[in-house]
Design a protein around this ligand. Structure first.
Ligand code: SF4
Ligand code: SF4
Length: 350
């Protein structure tokens, strides 16, 4: 069982990133205060690289399906393949939904497809949880379960490494001198850490979320026509769209053309947000969701009713980014709790 599991020291890992930077764009997580963010690997900033901690501020989609992308040509000659290291389980699970939208069915999106196939994903266990994390309630875990090529689980000053795909195995084979075989004690220690962080998340879910997670699927439609309830949920929303933009599973986009006075210049795809007033507006000005509560309800319907019925999974990975991002203090866990448990006790701002 341990034959395909390795260890690598921090120094060797950073040496490996340095070598790979010659042929790839290598993106790693940096720690700043209590937050983490992705940026290009810079050996001069090694001290602030953190391959542990919790999920980063940017969702993974930022790199595979960027917020603004030119649409005239899918070919970007000379661009290097990308390696993103430090991707958490909640971001990797979001690919299930993004892949469904952009790769499956009658049309494969060539831009997304290029970003997806040209990116190697190095997953990473969380070493603690934030109070807003609830991945376990969404059938996830604080460690990658799938969609990673290789995974790093931080121990004290080294990592347990597991390859999942041919890309991951080939990376290890090509740089075998950096890796050592993992021992049974390494694997047990990794499991101990995973159990510890999972227990922490379950504790957070019990405190702020609904305990009846099996009923989430029916909760939106059960309350769909209770307008007053949805108006209450939406009462502090300022329509900023931050919940949509921060979300790793939200995928809606808008096309717009840049023009000079006379001529078309370039077509772009930009992220859209279903909370925006104009999101569903059609030609002639009609708007099927002109009320804010309808737009908020639509978001919950898509995530917790439409996608579970269509694909049998939630369009939410429990990353908690929307909770952190919302200036209206709208907590998705509290909304779900209100819907499932049949009561809405909005907590005071804290
Ligand atoms: S809905 Fe919120 S918690 Fe769920 S995946 Fe999106 S940002 Fe994360
Ligand atoms: S982040 Fe909050 S305030 Fe902004 S659109 Fe979403 S629910 Fe509304």
């Amino acid at each position: 069982m341990t034959e395909k599991i390795y260890t690598i020291t921090k120094k060797n890992l950073f040496d490996l990133f340095g070598r790979l930077s010659g042929t790839h764009r290598v993106i790693v997580p940096y720690e700043k205060g209590e937050n983490f963010h992705f940026a290009d690997f810079d050996p001069k900033k090694e001290d602030s690289i953190e391959l542990g901690g919790i999920r980063q501020s940017q969702p993974l989609k930022s790199f595979i399906n960027p917020p603004r992308e030119g649409m005239l040509s899918v070919h970007n000659e000379g661009s290097k393949p990308v390696i993103i290291a430090g991707v958490k389980g909640c971001d990797l699970s979001s690919l299930m939904l993004q892949d469904f939208v952009f790769l499956q069915g009658d049309y494969e999106d060539p831009f997304y497809s290029k970003g997806r196939s040209g990116t190697m994903l190095i997953g990473n266990d969380c070493t603690y949880a934030k109070e807003t994390c609830f991945c376990i309630a969404m059938d996830g875990a604080p460690y990658p379960k799938k969609y990673f090529d290789m995974n790093l689980s931080r121990m004290d000053d080294y990592f347990v490494v597991e390859a999942e795909t041919d890309k991951g195995n080939s990376l290890i084979s090509s740089f075998r001198m950096f890796f050592a075989k993992a021992s049974r004690a390494d694997i047990d220690k990794r499991q101990y850490n995973r159990d510890r962080v999972s227990a922490q998340i379950k504790d957070f879910i019990n405190k702020r979320g609904t305990k009846n997670t099996s009923q989430i699927k029916d909760a939106v439609m059960k309350n769909y026509n209770l307008t007053a309830l949805w108006q209450d949920f939406a009462s502090t929303c300022v329509e900023c769209g931050a919940c949509n933009l921060a979300c790793p599973t939200c995928h809606c986009f808008l096309l717009f053309d840049e023009r000079s006075k006379e001529n078309f210049k370039k077509r772009y795809r930009v992220w859209d947000a279903c909370l925006y007033r104009t999101f569903a507006r059609v030609a002639g000005g009609a708007n099927p969701r002109k009320h804010l509560y309808e737009r908020l309800r639509n978001r919950f319907e898509k995530k917790f009713d439409f996608f579970p019925k269509a694909l049998n999974y939630f369009a939410c990975t429990g990353c908690g980014r929307c909770i952190d991002a919302c200036p209206g203090n709208i907590d998705l866990r509290e909304v779900l709790k209100g819907l499932v448990d049949g009561k809405w006790n909005k907590p005071p701002n804290d």
